[in-house]
Write a protein that binds this ligand. Structure first.
Ligand code: BV8
Ligand code: ZN
Length: 349
């Protein structure tokens, strides 16, 4: 773990000590949580997989439009993430936060994560605001009001059973080096479909693309996006094969998560607004997030406006975007950093 304030790199021990003494005096503490918290539990972040799943743009899949267009594909995406989260376990950072919440009644976690690991680490639900929903709650896609909380059934139906989903799942073939995923069969199909359309059947047969054709895509790194071709492809899963809403019997069930373009849960946003309306906030910990998705990306400045000192915990300095000289910046794995900086004597179980 390397520590620094934005300005100069003071002595690390001194930095941890100054953070711990401020933590000890703090009563109202807010932590803004992202996928980095669960990285050490083996769950890939959105960054790790380059924002791609089966070479589909995650932002397209995690959207109402994506669900209307191909609910089968979207359910494959979430079914895989449910399975991965069920198989994962909370890491020491989840427990350190649950302990802090128990020790500090004025602690609130604003989590963008939908994996359920903080709940499994025993964090009190009153102190945990799930900004983007929960993979294990299901609701009616037609909004008839039906909700199935804490549904841990896997697979939810035959068509979503393991192995029925295309070979590579979100981040499945990301090796530890964090290199972006290799071009999948889906991508090859996509390129093929595109070329067949452009060239026509006979000409295409001659020049069908090979793995070599897709190789350059991998080298391009971060800003790679799915080539036009892929969107044409369809999961081939019929609506009848997917989880149906038992409430109205007319619509599909959907994962009760917040998709891009959808508003955050009203009750949660009310709590968040009150949090930033009420009295002073002493400390804001920005944990394992790239601060790219709104409105969560704006909460740090709202906490700062309420007088909070800010501490950043992230693997990459680059993602401690609006860190200021007086902030604490702890660079490293959350599962290592948090237990160390949060274990002030009275917080110890
Ligand atoms: C809305 C649930 C309006 C589903 C998710 C203002 C400006 C620009 C755009 C917008 C704007 N306002 C709204 C938008 C649009 C959009 C948005 O923000 N787009 C972005 C892409 C620019 N926002 C929305 O659409 C929101 N809705 O605005 O509605 C509205 C209002 C009224 C009525 C109707 C509509 C809804 C956004 C929620 C989308 N759902 N998730 C699902 O999970 O599938 S977002 C999803 O992506 C996550 O929940 C999370 O929020 C985000 C990923 O971010 P991170 O968690 O930070 O993960 P990331 O991979 O990016 O980074 C990982 C970090 O961890 C890195 O920093 C890395 O360095 C670090 N790390 C890695 N390993 C470790 C580590 N750190 C420590 N230890 C480690 N081991
Ligand atoms: Zn319904």
């Amino acid at each position: 773990m390397s520590h620094q304030t934005a300005a100069s790199a003071p002595d690390p021990a001194q930095l941890v000590a100054s953070f711990k003494s401020h933590l000890a005096q703090s009563t109202r503490i807010v932590t803004i949580i992202g996928a980095g918290l669960s990285a050490s539990s083996g769950l890939p972040t959105f960054r790790d997989v380059n924002g791609l799943w089966c070479n589909h743009d995650v932002f397209l899949i995690a959207s109402p439009a994506g669900f209307r267009r191909d609910p089968g594909l979207v359910w494959q995406f979430y079914s895989e993430r449910r399975r991965a989260a069920l198989r994962a376990a909370p890491n020491p950072a989840h427990y350190a936060l649950a302990n802090l919440a128990e020790a500090k009644p004025g602690f609130v976690a604003l989590s963008q994560n939908v994996d359920g690991l903080l709940q499994r680490a025993g964090m009190d639900a009153k102190q945990l605001k799930l900004l983007h929903g929960n993979l294990f709650d299901l609701s009616c896609a037609g909004n008839c009001g039906y909700v199935d909380y804490n549904n841990f059934v896997d697979p939810l139906c035959e068509v979503l059973s393991e192995g029925r989903v295309r070979s590579n799942v979100m981040g499945a073939d990301v090796d530890e080096g964090g290199k972006p995923p290799k071009a999948s069969a889906l991508l090859f199909e996509g390129i093929a479909a595109k070329n067949k359309k452009i060239l026509g059947e006979e000409k295409f047969a001659e020049v069908a693309p090979t793995a070599k054709d897709a190789a350059p895509l991998r080298e391009l790194g971060e800003e790679v996006r799915v080539p036009e071709a892929a969107p044409e492809l369809h999961s081939g899963i019929e609506k009848e094969e997917l989880p149906q809403c038992p409430g109205c019997g007319e619509h599909l069930l959907r994962p009760r998560v917040v998709w891009f373009g959808e508003a955050l849960p009203e009750d949660v946003m009310e709590d968040v607004d009150n949090l930033f309306k009420e009295e002073k906030i002493d400390l804001c910990i920005v944990l394992g997030t790239s601060s790219t998705v709104w409105p969560a990306a704006g909460f740090c400045e709202e906490a700062r406006a309420k007088g909070a000192r800010v501490a950043w915990v992230n693997m990459s300095a680059k993602d401690c975007k609006s860190a200021r000289s007086e902030d604490w910046v702890f660079l490293g794995d959350a599962a290592v950093v948090l237990p160390e900086i949060l274990n002030t004597s009275e917080n110890e179980k």
